[in-house]
Design a protein around this ligand. Structure first.
Ligand code: DX5
Ligand code: ZN
Length: 215
């Protein structure tokens, strides 16, 4: 499967969202990664529905919403209405994960589950067949610009094996500290979608960086 690059808009200049979106629209990036943080599940507050709506007006590309939210269930249909295509919730935040995933799919969105660095891959055993995407967090969620956790490669290989064993069509996304050094190794280990915030938006030439991340 071709690698998907998903720049994280958390690192963009929010006073220039039209220009930042235009840059991504003219780049080879497939997805816009949008990090929603509630100040409860993670120790930071980012943005919510109005910003998703704003980006929806700026692009036809896939809006990949990453909900770092303690209780996402009441907001699932609101995110669909705001324009989300993919909706990823955290394993650690959902008591009734199967119900949450079913609700996301019944809204017509792709359903994802993100796992924190301390959460083992095998806990997804009984849900993997129902998922469109698993996001392996390669940093502790909450902030851009953190250092990549090396144990991620092993988790990608384990997740790939779990997906293959279950004949699942789920794809593997990596989020946090992705850069030009680790991107190739992540793709080789089985990752399909790479989220990159600071690597893209802090680079001299973001469009070229997106191409380089693809390898
Ligand atoms: C972290 C977010 C990431 C973040 C990635 O909690 O989920 O998507 O924006 O930023 P970088 O690529 O700078 O680590
Ligand atoms: Zn994210």
């Amino acid at each position: 499967m071709n690698t998907i690059i998903a720049p994280s808009l958390l690192s963009c200049d929010f006073s220039r969202i039209n220009e930042e979106s235009e840059m991504l629209n003219n780049s080879s990036a497939e997805w816009f990664h949008l990090d929603v943080m509630d100040g409860v599940f993670v120790p930071n507050i980012s943005f919510g529905l109005p910003i998703i709506e704003a980006f929806r007006k700026c692009t036809n590309k896939v809006l990949d919403v990453h909900a770092m939210v303690a209780n996402p269930d009441p907001y699932i249909s609101d995110f669909k209405k705001a324009g989300a295509d993919n909706f990823t919730v955290h394993y650690e935040a959902c008591t009734h994960l199967h119900r949450t995933i079913s609700a996301i799919k019944s809204e017509g969105m792709k359903a994802g589950v993100a796992i924190n660095p301390h959460t083992p891959v095998h806990l997804l055993n009984d849900i993997i067949k129902d998922l469109d995407l698993v996001c392996i967090m390669s940093v502790n969620p909450g902030f851009g610009g953190q250092k990549f956790i090396e144990n991620t490669y092993q988790k990608v290989r384990e997740l790939k094996a779990l997906i293959d064993k279950n004949n699942s069509s789920c794809i593997i996304e990596i989020d946090g500290g992705v850069n030009l050094e680790n991107a190739r190794k992540l793709i080789e280990a089985g990752a399909t979608a790479l989220v990159a915030g600071s690597t893209v938006f802090k680079s001299e030439n973001p469009t070229e960086t997106i191409d380089k991340l693809r390898g």
